[in-house]
Design a protein around this ligand. Structure first.
Ligand SMILES: Cc1cc2nc3c(=O)[nH]c(=O)nc-3n(C[C@H](O)[C@H](O)[C@H](O)COP(=O)(O)OP(=O)(O)OC[C@H]3O[C@@H](n4cnc5c(N)ncnc54)[C@H](O)[C@@H]3O)c2cc1C
Length: 414
C-alpha cells in the first residue's frame, strides 16, 4: 500500500473514532459498531466485517485506537480459532450466524479436538457424529478442552465415516455446548488451576448445516485451526481497560476476568525468564559461576528465539507464507521453559518447592516448576515438532505407518 493510501486510512480511522468512540455505552454496543464498520478486523474481507486492508496496516490502525483510548474487538483464546476457521471454511449462513457475535464477545468458544486415545494423533478421533436424516447426533468424549466450562459453542472434530482412511472420515462441526447431551467436567491440574475439562457427549445434537467445510473434509479444516493456535489476538486490540473509568472499560474488565482466568498461569508455564536475573542478584546466587553460566545459556536461547519470532512476524506482515519458524519456535519455547525451570531451581534451592505465601515470590517460583511441563505438550508435543521439522523442513524420510486403510480396521486404544 502506498504512503498516500496509508495516510488516508489513518485519517479515516481517526475520524471514525472521533465520531463513534464513547466509553460510556455498553461494551456490546461499542463492539457492534466496530464489527459493522470494518475497524475491528480491517484485514478481513469487506463482506465479512473487514475492510480488505493489508495485515501490515494493523499496528498503525491499532496505534490510533490506543491514542483515542478505545477498546478493540473480543479476540483472544479459542474465539480467535473459531473466527479464523469459520472465515476460511464456513458457509455464508455459518458466517452470518457466528462471526459478528465472536467479534462483539457475545459468544465464548472452546476447541474440542483431543480425546483420551487421540491427542498427537488427532486424526485418530473416535467421537462419532451420525446423521439421522434431520440432524447430527454426537456420542463420545473429548479431553483437555480449555475454557469448555464457560463456552457457548465448541469447535468439534468427529468421525463421520468409519470405512474411509482415518484422515478422510472426519467432519468439523460447530456444537452448541449448552444442551442436555453435553456434560463438562473440570480437571484440576498439579499447579492448582483448573483450565481444562473433560467433555462427554450423549446423543448431543447438531443442526444439519452446522458443518464447517464439507462432510468428511474435517482434517483440512482442522489444519487451519491448528495453524492459528499460536497466533495472539486476531484484529485490533485497542487499549487495556485496566484502571480506566467508563462503562465500556468496566464491562471489558469483567469479561477479561472470566475469559482470561484459564490462562492466569501461562506466564509461569513459559518459565518467567524475566525474573531470573533479579532473583539471582537478590539471593546472592549471582556470585556462583555455575549459576551464571546457566543464566547466560538461558538468556542466549531466549534472545535468539525472540529474533526468530520477529523474523517470522516480519515475513507475515509482508504476506509471506509461514516458514519453519512455527515448529522451530514452539520447540525453542519448550527448551527455554525447561532451562528457566532449572535456573530457578538452582537459584532458589529447596525453597522453590514451597507453594503459596510460604514460597519465594509468593509461590510464583513453585508455580513455574509445576507449570513448565505443559509447554512441551500444548499445541503439539516436542516429539511431534521434531517429526515435523525432520519430515517437512529437513526432508528426512517419513515415519513408517501402520494406520492406513479403512479406519474401522486400524488397531487403536480401547
Ligand atoms: C495447556 C494445554 C492446553 C490445551 N488445550 C486444549 C484444547 O483447548 N483443546 C483440545 O482439544 N486439546 C487441548 N490440549 C491437549 C493437547 O492438544 C494434547 O495434550 C496434545 O496434542 C498431546 O496429546 P496427548 O496429551 O494425548 O499426548 P499423546 O499424543 O498421547 O502423547 C504422549 C507422548 O507420546 C509422544 N508421541 C505421540 N505420538 C508420537 C509420534 N508420532 N512420534 C514420537 N512421539 C510421539 C508425545 O510426544 C508424548 O510425549 C491442551 C494441552 C495443554 C497442555
Amino acid at each position: 500500500m502506498s504512503e498516500a493510501n496509508e495516510s488516508s486510512v489513518v485519517a479515516e480511522v481517526r475520524d471514525w473514532l472521533a465520531r463513534n468512540w464513547n466509553p460510556n455505552e455498553s461494551l456490546i454496543e461499542w463492539r457492534g459498531k466496530l464489527a459493522d464498520s470494518g475497524w475491528a478486523v480491517p484485514h478481513w474481507p469487506r463482506d465479512w466485517h473487514g475492510r480488505g486492508l493489508p495485515v501490515a496496516l494493523l499496528p498503525t490502525i491499532n496505534e490510533k485506537f490506543v491514542a483515542a483510548g478505545a477498546v478493540g474487538a473480543a479476540g483472544t483464546g479459542p474465539r480467535v480459532l473459531a473466527a479464523v476457521t469459520i472465515l476460511e471454511h464456513g458457509s455464508d449462513a455459518i458466517k452470518r450466524r457466528f462471526l459478528r457475535r465472536i467479534l462483539t464477545g457475545e459468544d465464548g468458544w472452546c476447541q474440542l479436538f483431543s480425546e483420551p486415545g487421540s491427542g498427537s494423533d488427532l486424526a485418530g478421533a473416535t467421537t462419532r457424529a451420525d446423521f439421522d436424516g434431520k440432524e447430527w447426533i454426537v456420542n463420545g468424549q473429548k479431553v483437555w478442552n480449555t475454557s469448555a466450562h464457560h463456552a457457548d459453542f465448541g469447535l468439534l472434530v468427529a468421525r463421520t465415516d468409519w470405512d474411509a482412511p482415518k484422515h478422510q472420515g472426519l467432519t468439523y462441526f460447530v456444537l452448541d455446548m449448552r444442551q442436555p447431551g453435553v456434560e463438562v467436567r473440570p480437571l484440576k491440574q498439579m499447579n492448582g488451576h483448573a483450565s481444562f475439562n473433560q467433555v462427554f457427549f450423549t446423543d448431543a445434537k447438531i443442526p444439519a448445516d452446522w458443518v464447517i467445510g464439507t462432510k468428511n473434509n474435517g482434517w483440512s479444516v482442522a489444519m487451519t485451526t491448528l495453524a492459528h493456535e499460536r497466533r495472539p489476538a486476531m484484529g485490533i486490540a485497542g487499549v487495556s481497560s485496566e484502571g480506566r473509568d467508563g462503562r465500556v472499560y468496566e464491562e471489558a474488565r469483567a469479561e477479561a476476568a472470566i475469559a482470561n482466568e484459564p490462562y492466569r498461569w501461562y506466564p509461569q508455564r513459559a518459565g518467567r525468564v524475566d525474573l531470573v536475573v533479579s532473583r539471582a542478584k537478590e539471593t546472592g546466587a549471582w556470585s556462583d559461576p555455575l549459576v551464571r553460566q546457566e543464566i547466560a545459556k538461558l538468556l542466549t536461547m531466549a534472545r535468539a528465539t525472540n529474533w526468530m519470532a520477529r523474523r517470522a512476524a516480519a515475513a507475515q506482515r509482508i504476506g509471506r507464507p509461514q516458514g519453519p519458524e512455527g515448529s522451530l519456535g514452539k520447540l525453542a519455547g519448550s527448551n527455554i521453559a525447561r532451562q528457566a525451570s532449572l535456573v530457578h531451581t538452582l537459584i532458589s534451592g529447596a525453597d522453590a518447592m514451597l507453594s503459596g505465601k510460604d514460597g519465594p515470590l509468593d509461590g510464583i517460583i513453585a508455580e513455574i516448576l509445576v507449570s513448565v511441563p505443559a509447554t512441551s505438550i500444548a499445541g503439539g508435543t516436542d516429539e511431534i515438532q521434531r517429526n515435523i521439522i525432520g519430515e517437512r523442513v529437513l526432508g528426512l524420510p517419513k515415519e513408517p505407518r501402520s494406520d492406513t486403510g479403512p479406519f474401522r480396521g486400524i488397531p487403536r486404544n480401547a
